[in-house]
Design a protein around this ligand. Structure first.
Ligand code: ZN
Length: 98
C-alpha cells in the first residue's frame, strides 16, 4: 500500500495538525472520516498518530507532567521529512522543463 490515495484525501503534512483535534474529538465528522481514511492507507501517518497517542495519553492524565520534548521533536522531524520529500519531488518534476 502506498500513500498516493491517502494524500488525495489529505496531504501528509496536515496530519500532525489534525491529530490533536482528532484525539480531542473536535474534528467535524467528514474531516474525521478523511483523517481515518488517510491513516488506513498511509503507514507513516498511522504510525505517527499511534506514537502521538502514546505520548499524549500520560500528559492527559498527569497534568503536572511537562509536554514531552520527544513529541515536539517527533512532530518537527516528521514535518521536515515530509517537506523534504515534497520539495525533492517538485525539484525532480521541474528538471527537463524549458
Ligand atoms: Zn500520510
Amino acid at each position: 500500500m502506498n500513500g498516493l490515495m491517502a494524500r488525495a484525501l489529505y496531504p501528509c503534512a496536515h496530519i500532525p495538525d489534525l491529530t490533536y483535534d482528532y484525539l480531542e474529538g473536535r474534528l467535524p465528522a467528514l474531516t474525521t472520516l478523511r483523517f481515518k481514511a488517510h491513516l488506513a492507507m498511509c503507514e507513516g501517518c498511522a504510525e505517527f498518530v499511534s506514537l502521538y497517542t502514546l505520548a499524549a495519553d500520560p500528559v492527559r492524565f498527569l497534568d503536572e507532567t511537562p509536554p514531552p520534548s520527544e513529541l515536539v521533536e517527533l512532530t518537527l522531524s516528521f514535518l521536515d521529512k515530509e517537506l523534504d520529500r515534497e520539495r525533492g519531488t517538485a525539484e525532480r518534476d521541474s528538471i527537463g522543463e524549458p
